[in-house]
Design a protein around this ligand. Sequence first.
Ligand SMILES: *Cc1c(COP(=O)(O)O)cnc(C)c1O
Length: 496
Amino acid sequence: MARRTEQRPDAARTDDLSSTIAALLPALEAFLRFEGADPAGRRSAWRATLDQPLPTRGEGADAVLDALRTILIPNGLRTGHPGFSGWVTTMPTTVAAAANLASTVTAAQRWWATPANFIEQLALRWLATLLGLPASFGGTFTGGGSTANLVCIGAARQHAAERAGIDASRDGIAGLREPRIYASTQVHHVVGRALGVLGMGRRHLVSVPLDDDGVCDVRELRRLFSADIAVGCTPVAIVASAGDVNTGRIDPITEMSDLAREHGVWLHVDGAYGGFGLLDDRVRPLYGDVSRYDSLAIDPHKWLAAPVGTGAAFVRDPDILGRAFTVEPGDYEAPRGRGASSADLTSPFEELGEGTPDHGVDFSTPSRGIAVWAILKEIGAEGMRDRVRRHLDCARRVAEVAHEHAELEVLAEPVLSICCFRYRPNGVTADRELDALNTQIVKDVRARGRCTPSSTIVDGRFAIRPCFINARTTLEDADALVQEVLAAGRARSAKR
Ligand SMILES: *Cc1c(COP(=O)(O)O)cnc(C)c1O
C-alpha cells in the first residue's frame, strides 16, 4: 500500500511496518543471546560512523535500519545479561518490550479515551494492590524514579504550604519560612535536585547521619528537626529510603513516620529500587505500615523490568496532586471539560480519558502503564513475588558463601538484593591495599565477561556490590559471581 509514489523530500515511511520491524528482529534476537565480548568500550569504533552532520536530503529508511542493525543494536547495553548485577536498572522482559511497541505504534496517550488510557489507570491500581497500598492511594506514572520523587515532594511542598495558608502551586513559596526536608546521607541524589527544582533549594535538604546499622539515625533526626523548628524553619517532609541504592538497607520507617505524625509533616518513602521488597514476607515488616506513608516513589523500570522510562508516584490523598500540579485551562479551551463529559466541551472528541494531566508534570506522554499492565498480566502477583524472593536469595547466597571463605569479607549484610563484599587475602589487613586490590578485581571480573557487578564505598572501604534485580538472573549467577571474584582475587594475589 505504497501511497507516496512521487519522490518528495518528505519520504517518511508510513507503511510497511511488518517488513520494517522484521528487518531488525535478527539483530535484536542476536543481542538477546549476549554472545561474544561485551560491546562496552567499543565507543571509538561506532562514534565516528554516527557523528555525521544533519543530512540535507534524507538517506531513506534502509539507511536508518542498517545503522540500527549494525551499530545501535549490537552495541546495546547488556544490563539484561544474566550475569549483570551492576545497576539498579535492568532490561525489559520480552512482553514488556512488545507492549511498548504496540503502544508506540497506536499513539497511546496518557489521558485520551482509548484502551491504553484505561489500562494506564488499571495498571496504577494493580501496582497499588501489588504493593498493599490502601484503596485511597492514587498517583501517576512518571518517566522514572527521579520524576516520581519530584512529584511526591511537590505534593509534600503543597501540603506544608497549605498548612501555612499558602497555595504553593498558585502563589509560590516566598511566604513559606525556611522550608526543610530531612533524609539520611544515603538518600538518592535526585531528592536533592527535587528541592532545587521546586524552589526550596538543594542545600535545604538536611542530611541525617547513619546509625550503627547504617540507616537514618532517628535520634539525630529528631535533634536536627527540633533544632530547626526552634529557629522557625518549616519542615516540609521526612524522606525514608527503602532501600538505599548502595547497600539496600531500609531506613527505620516506623520511627520516622512517628516523628512525621507528631508534627503533621509529610512522610515520603523512596522505594524506587526497593519498594517491591514489600512482596517478600521476610523483609516486609521493615517497611512499617504503608497506609501511613503520605507518598511512595516506585520504579517499575527497575525490579519489574518495564522498559526504561517507567516510574510511578503514589500519594495517600491523590487530590493534593491535583492542587500541586494544576493546569489552568487555556483561553483556547472550553471551560473545564477535562475529565468530565461536559456538554459545552468544544473538543471534537466525545470524551477525554480517565485520569488527569493535573497529577504530574507531563501533559502528553506515552502510556507508561501499558508495560506494567502487560508484565503483571503475564506473571501475576505471584510471579513478581517469586522474582523478588529469588533476588533476595541471590544476595543472601553471596553473603553465605563469603562467610564460609576466609578470603572473602561481607562489608554490608544483605537486607534486600544487594550484598557488599570484598576479597581479602590472608595477611592483608590495610584498607588502602584492599581497596586497590578489589578495584582491580572488579575490573578483571568484568573483563572476563561472565559477571558484571559494580562497586561502592561502605564505611570508607571499597566494596564489590552486586545488585540482583535482573529478571534473567538466577542463583546460579550469584554463585558464579563469587567464583569469579575468588578466581580474580587469587590470580591477582599470586602476582604480588
Ligand atoms: C533509581 C533510583 C532513583 C532514580 O530513579 P530513576 O528511575 O533513575 O530516575 C531514585 N531513588 C532510588 C532509591 C533509586 O533506586
